[in-house]
Design a protein around this ligand. Structure first.
Ligand code: BES
Ligand code: MN
Ligand code: MN
Length: 462
């Protein structure tokens, strides 16, 4: 491709300021107070896609937040790349832990990012990574180097489980038809070590409610004689792991695909420093399922984690009370083979079965999604590998990721194409955490690498 680096150099200030503008809109899909902002973000994405050279862009309504769909079809005989991303972001709380306001983006240098990094909610997940694709398209159209057709599908509900996207995909198979799906919503191993995510974990997310007495009680008058829902809930939760940190729900592991020793040995070759890992998190030791390494625990093994737990008195000072109710939100990360609906059912049955008679338990499923693994022997993977090799000077390492993009498995099934996960984020970017950021280097490298994917994919399709 011609002039990529000079185009980026000449336009990088604008690339950054445009992203900053997008990051100012608090498109928090989980909180209905931000509804107008989420909708405003969809409009902004539409405008950006039009400016970048899409022929048509529409805002497609769903039962929830709309999907922005755009396309540029240059020749029906050429391959089509479908880009997926999301314009919604996670809630920003706890606000007091941010060094700068989450929706007032600032560019600051850090030890890891001497070129600067953009600090804002959504900087990396996923506005920054999604916008790399918009700018890559701008580069290709304005320098007359777009080698194939392109479609964009940018949704606004990824952070809340993509519940309405599946209907949209099923109803628009023709419109979305493509030869490969390209997503930048994952990470890479290190700034100088590109990787391609070859797997994502599935998810089952549930909320549980434990009810004891019909009202909050004096903890002296009643304490010891009735079940305390918080005591009971925490005991039930603790029993979900055994002493080896295996999950105790009967049947939970039945369909887990075990990797062969060869595959595990291959995985272990990826560069990883346990010391650096511990240092970055300020922990003295790691913790997890016996018999597996840290990288295995967070990618090829399923997990169960409490994401939030509440009940009782948490205000200032003390209040002697036995609360009537206690609650927890629990996520289970699943691996290929495990069906998320089935796991949700197993959890529900088990959790209800271990509750003492003295309490009532409700399990409310939230959302879920299937895990995903992608083979590396396809032209999509090869095109991505060649693109990274050109821009980083070394071949990317295939790596299974621990996070979830629930819709990915459905894309493969409904649209019958492979998904290529070209992530440019770093684990240290603090996605979903306070002080989320995205390196300027990573952002620009993404814009540089993506057009090469289009080029190589088109060449390899011939
Ligand atoms: N982009 C992330 C997923 C991700 C990040 C995968 C890094 C691999 C590496 C995505 O936006 C996300 O946060 N997904 C949610 C699932 C959703 C149902 C809330 C997740 O993984 O918790
Ligand atoms: Mn994301
Ligand atoms: Mn996310």
């Amino acid at each position: 491709m011609k002039n990529t680096t000079s185009y980026i150099e000449n336009n990088k200030d604008r690339f950054l300021s445009e992203l900053v503008e997008l990051l100012k809109i608090p498109s928090i899909s989980a909180d209905s107070a931000y509804k107008a902002d989420v909708l405003r973000t969809a409009e902004a994405v539409k405008e950006r896609l039009e400016q970048a050279g899409c022929d048509t862009v529409e805002i497609c309504p769903t039962a929830g937040y709309p999907i922005v769909y755009g396309e540029k079809i240059i020749n029906k005989d050429l391959p089509t790349v479908l880009v997926y991303g999301h314009y919604d972001v996670q809630p920003a709380d706890p606000l007091e832990l941010w060094d700068s306001a989450p929706f007032e983006p600032v560019i600051k240098t850090t030890e890891l990012h001497p070129e600067g990094a953009i600090f804002a909610r959504g900087a990396c997940d996923d506005k920054g990574q999604m916008y790399m694709h918009v700018k890559a398209l701008e580069f290709m159209t304005s320098t007359d180097q777009l080698p194939c057709n392109v479609k964009f599908m940018i949704e606004g509900e990824e952070e809340v489980g993509s519940v309405n996207l599946s209907t949209f995909v099923k109803e628009n198979r023709e419109k979305l038809s493509n030869d490969v799906i390209l997503i930048s919503d994952t990470g890479m191993i290190a700034k100088d070590t590109p990787s391609i995510t070859t797997g994502l974990r599935g998810l089952s997310y549930v909320e549980v409610e434990v009810t004891g007495p019909n009202r909050d009680l004096h903890s002296g008058l009643y304490g010891g004689a009735v079940a305390n829902p918080i005591n009971v809930l925490t005991k039930m939760i603790a029993s979900l792991h055994d002493e080896n940190n295996h999950i105790t729900i009967p049947g939970f592991y039945d369909k887990v695909e075990e990797l062969s020793q060869e595959e595990r040995a291959e995985m272990a070759k990826a560069p990883f420093s346990l010391d650096d890992y511990k240092k970055a998190l300020d922990i003295d030791d790691v913790y997890g399922e016996a018999g597996y390494t840290t990288n295995e625990r967070n990618s090829i093994r399923p997990t169960l984690d409490v994401n939030g737990i509440w009940g009782g008195y948490i205000g200032e000072g003390a209040k002697t009370v036995i609360a009537s109710k206690a609650y927890a939100k629990i996520s289970m990360r699943l691996v290929p083979g495990q069906e998320w609906e089935e796991i949700t059912e197993l959890f529900k049955n088990h959790f209800e079965s271990i509750a003492p008679k003295a309490v009532k338990v409700k399990v409310k499923p939230h959302h879920g999604g299937q895990g995903y693994v992608t083979p590396t022997d396809n032209i999509g993977y090869q095109a991505a590998a060649k693109a990274y090799t050109d821009t980083f000077g070394k071949a990317p390492i295939p790596q299974r990721g621990g996070g979830s993009i629930p819709i990915v498995a459905l894309f493969e099934k409904e649209l019958d194409s492979k998904i290529i996960l070209m992530g440019f984020g770093l684990d240290s970017d603090a996605i979903h955490s306070p002080n989320e950021h995205f390196g300027v280097f990573n952002y620009l490298k993404g814009i540089e690498t993506i057009p090469l994917f289009y080029k190589y994919f088109t060449e390899l399709s011939k």
